[in-house]
Design a binder for this molecule. Sequence first.
Ligand SMILES: Cc1cn([C@H]2C[C@H](O)[C@@H](COP(=O)(O)OP(=O)(O)OP(=O)(O)O)O2)c(=O)[nH]c1=O
Length: 202
Amino acid sequence: MTDGTRPEFVLASSSPRRVDLLRQIGLIPDRIDAADLDESPRQNETPRLCVARLARMKAETVAGRCDAPALILAADTLVAVGRRILPKAEDRATAERCLRLLSGRRHTVLTAVCVTPSASWIQGRHVERLVETDVTFSRLSDAQITALLDQGDWQGKAGGYALQGAAASVIRYVGGSPSAVIGLPLFETAQMLRGQPCRFII
Ligand SMILES: Cc1cn([C@H]2C[C@H](O)[C@@H](COP(=O)(O)OP(=O)(O)OP(=O)(O)O)O2)c(=O)[nH]c1=O
């Protein structure tokens, strides 16, 4: 326990956005331990099943290596057009393919959150939530696509864009949770933490 009463709060993520988002609601993890898994979708896996599985696997992987009483928080964000899951853009060509597909279209951003206790904190509750947000891009010209790619903030982002970055100038509509698009739905995450038997958040 960190202060004699509360278990450690561990963020199972390598994403600096998730740290910033938690800080926004006054939560600073006691420890960060990224799960670092293969995040490829399974054959015929739907976006909902995939994103929920990945968030759960990240949380459970980190919980499995926690000896102390702890609560582990993990999330996964996917961009989907219908049943098609777009990749996380690690190179410019992938980001460009994503942007051409998203141009002028509505798509869904799915973020799954999983909170799970370590084995030595038996009172803790395992909770999962899935948050879906609709996002619509305006129709992108070749020059706009080049400008977005030159900006570089697509790197490591699901679907090859960052709502919190350059893409904000071409996103006409966000229906749902903007924080979920950036990696962690803050309202739902706070609710999940309030449901624990000890206080992590007001
Ligand atoms: C669509 C979109 C995604 N993203 C980010 C959120 C996630 O960090 C990332 C999707 O990849 P994730 O696999 O969800 O997260 P990650 O690899 O960054 O970190 P970890 O798995 O260690 O927790 O895309 C944005 O920051 N802005 C956006 O507009």
